[in-house]
Design a protein around this ligand. Structure first.
Ligand code: PBG
Length: 337
């Protein structure tokens, strides 16, 4: 060391020392991704023996209940803690008021009952929002060209109750109406579902990264280009996400979701570090589609970007991740350990 170099500087400090060997990199790793971090979204359709690929989500299929059960079995084998269910409702059942969403025998409720019967030990999450059931594709009721808040909340409460009744473990309201968490929580209390969890999509941005999901559930055509800007958050805002999360926690949410994921890592970090609550992140359909498309073209190493993107969520502070990669990531984690 020359006289001009002091302690605390190169070459005393050589960060590469810790990176030289695999054992040392393993030892110094600050964050770990485990199978327990993963939530697997699955799409369900009516019928028998159906498995249809979603073209904008390479590797993702819609399954009828009989075949979906095989996927749930795979999730259980890998130790994935929870799956999240989304229905593709036949167009003839879609109405302006989304009544099929509160039918206790709708596709989602039948799926939940079947899964809970055959696989009681995996967590089942249901989406609370009307978009799979409305003829206009909006998450709530439309009055005078506006998605009306309070009347939508009344329907969402009924939807939450039929799902809880069917045996759903975690309700995940993704509708972004104001006050819905409090209304759902008090209805659950009134009906004896005191342990039904609510994982709120609290900071849900109005994002174009949801495109492939809307193809999967069939709401791209019903929405017909209309936006969700009057209820989902403006991509330019960050403080507002903290207000949304604080509100939902105060109203009885057990955990919250930031969505989308990778373009909103700053929000994940702020929610976790400032509000210190159970924080989840949704790696949404468009994020998955981008990575898969590039991987299919040989432009990216699919497996490595999968693991890198998931690790980024852990580093930002997420306690868990909704991802279409859940099964593949679980296998990769098992094979690496
Ligand atoms: C429905 C809902 C959406 C997603 C989850 N629940 C789409 C939307 O709000 O239009 C998006 C999931 C994804 O893109 O993977 N309210």
């Amino acid at each position: 060391m020359t006289s001009t170099q002091k302690n605390g500087q190169f070459p005393a400090i050589r960060p590469r020392r810790n990176r030289k060997t695999l054992w040392s990199r393993n030892l110094h790793r600050e964050n770990e991704l485990t199978v327990h971090d993963l939530i697997w979204p699955l799409f369900v359709v009516d019928g028998q023996n159906i498995s249809t690929p979603v073209s904008s989500l390479p590797g993702v299929n819609r399954y009828s209940i009989d075949l979906l059960l095989n996927q749930v079995a795979r999730a259980c084998e890998e130790g994935i803690p929870a799956i999240a269910l989304f229905p593709q409702t036949p167009d003839e059942l879609k109405t302006a008021d989304g009544q099929e969403g509160i039918n206790p025998d709708n596709l989602i409720c039948r799926t939940v009952r079947q899964i809970k019967k055959e696989f009681p030990d995996i967590g089942v999450i249901c989406d609370v929002a009307l978009d799979p059931y409305t003829s206009h594709g909006q998450d709530g009721l439309v009055i005078n060209d506006y998605v009306d808040n309070d009347s939508s909340v009344d329907v969402l409460v009924q939807q939450a109750l039929v799902q809880a009744e069917a045996g759903c473990d975690i309700l995940a309201p993704s509708d972004m109406m104001d006050g819905r968490i409090g209304a759902i929580r008090s209805a659950l209390e009134d009906h004896g579902h005191v342990n039904t969890q609510i994982m709120s999509y609290a900071a849900k941005y109005c994002s174009s990264f949801y495109g492939p999901f809307r193809d999967a559930v069939g709401s791209t055509s019903t929405l017909a280009g209309a936006g969700k800007d009057s209820y989902q958050m403006d991509a330019a805002n960050s403080d507002e996400a903290l207000l949304e999360v604080a509100q939902d926690l105060a109203q009885g949410a057990d955990s919250v979701i930031v969505k989308p994921g990778m373009p909103y890592l700053d929000i994940v970090q702020r929610v976790k570090s400032e509000l210190k609550c159970p924080t989840f992140v949704y790696q949404v359909s468009g994020e998955y589609a981008m990575l898969q498309a590039a991987a299919q073209n040989g432009w990216l190493d699919g497996e490595r970007v999968m693991m890198e993107s998931l690790m980024a969520f852990k580093r930002a502070g997420a306690d868990g991740i909704w991802t279409y990669y859940a099964l593949d990531a679980a296998k990769k984690i098992r094979n690496t350990n």
